[in-house]
Structure formats: C-alpha cells, structure tokens
Design a protein around this ligand. Structure first.
Ligand code: HEM
Ligand code: HEM
Length: 183
C-alpha cells in the first residue's frame, strides 16, 4: 500500500494527521487539567483513568502514524521557501513526531514502574512492574517536559500553517486539508 505522491499528502496521511492532532490536543488539555488539580478528587480519579487508558491506546496509533510518515517521507515544500524556513519546518515536524512517541511511552512507564496498573476502561488492567520509583520519577519528569515542549511546538506549528494560508497564500494548508497538490 502506498500513499506517496510527490506534491501532497494522501488520504492515509491526512487521516493520521487530523486524528492524531485531535487525540493529542485532547490528551494535553486533560493532562494539564489533572496536573493543575482543579477538579474534585473523585472526578480527577476518573479522568486520570481515562487519560491513562486512552493515552495507552494512542501509543499504538502513534507508532503506526510515525512509522507511516518515516516510510513515506515528507513531500517537498508547497512553495519556494528560504533555507531557514525549510530547516525550521523539518525540526518542528521531527520534534513533534518524536514527542508523539515520548508522551505516551513516558506515561505508561511512569505508571507501571511507579507500581500503578493501567485500568483499560474497566475491561482489564495492565499490571504494574515491580516498583522502580526512581525510574518512575524520571519518566514523570519526561512526561511533564515533553508535554510543555509539544504544546509549544503545536502553537508554533499552527502559527506556521496560518502564515502559509494567510500571508504566503500557498497550498500548504490546502494539501493537508483536501490533499489537493500545491500548484
Ligand atoms: C498519549 C499522549 C499523552 C499526552 C499528550 C499526555 C499529556 C499529559 C499532560 C499534558 C500532563 C500534565 C503534565 C504536567 O503538567 O506535568 C499529563 C499528566 C499525566 N499523565 Fe499523561 N499524556 C499522555 C499519555 C499518558 C499515558 C499513556 C499515561 C499512563 C498510562 C499518562 C498518565 C499521566 C498521569 C498519571 C499524569 C499526572 C496527572 C496528575 O497530575 O494527576 N499519560 N499527561
Ligand atoms: C489546527 C491545528 C493544525 C493545523 C492547522 C495543522 C496544519 C498542518 C499542515 C498544513 C501540515 C503540512 C505541512 C507541510 O506540508 O509542510 C502539517 C503537518 C504536520 N502536522 Fe499539523 N496541524 C495542526 C495540528 C497538529 C498537531 C496538534 C500536531 C501534533 C500532535 C501536528 C503534527 C504535524 C506533523 C507531525 C506534521 C508533519 C506531516 C505529518 O506527519 O503529518 N499538527 N500540519
């Protein structure tokens, strides 16, 4: 199966992008709500379980999404860009793809190594490892730093997409929305 075209994103790539964007944006928001401790304990507990179970499923989606992108490669820029813009966009895309793996993986490790299982929507529980509190603490720190990094990159990324749409008026956003190749 191939989704490769020289100038645009095919339907698999677009589905991966927008589904991934919705899932990660929601998990980031829920994660921040949890860590800022704004909910009553009982609600926070339920929300944490949902965050963990959904994040664990999203890990498998992220593995697929990143493998697909690496397998397909990136289409060339939709319009002539300065070298620094191409480098910045490569760095941001690469860092975001890395964060898509690090976020769920660090979440899973911090829970399991911290001695807490992952309740998969009440269907079954992924059991904890033997407790490794130091590793769990490091994984917790990675989860937090990666979350702030990813959130910052997303803001930069959306600003870039809007710049392409409003100022450059090239086909960058269009090809991710409709798959129509840039002209
Ligand atoms: C898949 C993508 C995920 C994203 C985008 C995400 C995002 C976040 C964010 C933004 C925070 C708050 C971080 C902070 O302020 O320090 C957080 C906290 C947390 N995450 Fe995740 N997470 C994901 C997956 C997971 C997974 C798979 C687990 C566990 C199985 C998990 C467990 C937790 C826990 C236990 C907290 C702490 C909540 C609290 O402070 O009560 N996360 N997450
Ligand atoms: C309103 C929100 C968003 C908009 C308008 C948007 C727009 C775009 C556009 C236009 C591209 C194509 C860039 C190019 O062709 O050079 C792209 C690629 C990309 N976006 Fe987004 N994006 C959004 C949200 C997100 C989020 C939340 C994430 C991460 C969780 C993300 C991750 C990526 C990645 C990794 C790429 C590289 C190509 C790929 O693998 O899909 N985007 N985005």
């Amino acid at each position: 199966m191939t989704d490769k075209t020289s100038a645009t994103y095919g339907s698999v790539s677009r589905l991966n992008h927008w589904l991934g964007a919705a899932l990660f944006a929601s998990l980031l928001i829920v994660g921040f709500i949890l860590s800022y401790d704004v909910l009553p304990d009982e609600q926070a507990g339920e929300m944490r379980n949902l965050h963990k179970a959904t994040g664990t499923l999203v890990f498998f989606f992220a593995l697929w999404r990143v493998t697909w992108r690496l397998g397909q490669g990136f289409p060339p820029a939709a319009s002539d860009r300065a070298a620094w813009e191409l480098t910045l966009s490569k760095l941001v895309h690469g860092a975001m793809l890395l964060a898509l793996i690090i976020m769920p993986l660090s979440g899973i490790l911090m829970s399991l190594m911290g001695g807490r299982g992952i309740d998969m929507y009440g269907l079954f529980t992924i059991p904890a490892f033997a407790e490794m509190k130091d590793f769990a603490r490091s994984a917790r720190a990675v989860h937090g730093y990666a979350a702030y990094t990813l959130a910052t990159l997303i803001v930069l990324h959306i600003a870039g997409a809007l710049k392409h749409a409003v100022i450059d008026r090239d086909g960058t956003l269009r090809r991710m929305l409709s798959g129509q190749a840039a002209v």
